[in-house]
Design a protein around this ligand. Structure first.
Ligand code: AMP
Length: 220
């Protein structure tokens, strides 16, 4: 039985980290729409270059671009999936429902990872990303300064263009105005589950696994 999850939450709540764990431990496909957009920008596609005008400033990328990215991904993939950072607007949520209906499927669980603003600011200030493998690391914990090589592949580490104070303020504001309605959308359907994302990744993953395995709401 396949399970379709969406991972919701403010920036740096840990969606990407939990999606990776769902992939490595439970075999979920775990696409990150943000990562796909960054890859498209690096490849110089028209959609990627247009998207970068938004994501580098901390603004949500227009729906028609993100919906198309997910549509293309979904066309080539079947099975349990945990979408990291999609949907982020009501229009995306409705479009995603329609895409899944075509596969006679539906969103089974919407996991809302919550993190407090000081935690978010601290994570963003210390986040390093590998340009080659996309690995995400915490400066001072997994790696030393950004001049260190990627511990996974030896690639070059750097900061995301939108991991700065100004872009973060816009990302938080976009989250409140455009993504919070999506939370209500899934809550009304009775499939929203909240998980406290302030803790270290393994503790969060333990709770998230319990929510999935027992089908019980952590604090909804
Ligand atoms: P993330 O890697 O999930 O933090 O996403 C980085 C950036 O990509 C976001 O701040 C947005 O600009 C853009 N992005 C990612 N997912 C979406 C989405 N579902 N809708 C609109 N923009 C998105």
């Amino acid at each position: 039985m396949h399970c379709r999850l969406v991972l919701l939450g403010p920036p740096a709540a840990g969606k990407g980290t939990q999606a990776e764990l769902l992939q490595s431990r439970f075999g979920f496909l775990a696409p990150s729409v943000g990562a796909m957009l960054r890859e498209q920008k690096a490849a110089g596609t028209p959609a990627g270059l247009r998207a970068a005008e938004y994501f580098e400033r901390g603004l949500l990328v227009p729906d028609e671009i993100t919906i198309e990215v997910v549509r293309q991904w979904l066309a080539g993939h079947r099975g349990s999936c945990a979408l990291d950072g999609f949907p982020r607007t009501l229009r995306q949520a409705e479009a995603f429902d329609a895409m899944l209906r075509e596969q006679e499927a539906a969103v089974d669980i919407a996991l809302l990872l919550l993190a407090d603003e000081p935690v978010i600011r601290d994570r963003v200030a210390h986040r390093l990303v590998c340009a080659a493998c996309g690995g995400v690391f915490r400066e001072g914990l997994h790696v030393g300064p950004p001049s260190d090589p990627c511990p996974r592949c030896g690639g070059v580490l750097g900061r995301r263009a939108d991991d700065n104070v100004e872009a973060l303020a816009d990302r938080l504001s976009e989250y409140r105005t455009k993504t919070e309605p999506v939370i209500c959308y899934y809550q009304e359907r009775g499939i929203l589950r909240r998980v406290d994302g302030n803790r270290p990744p393994e503790a969060v993953f333990a709770e998230l696994s319990a929510v999935l395995q027992n089908g019980r709401a952590a604090s909804s």
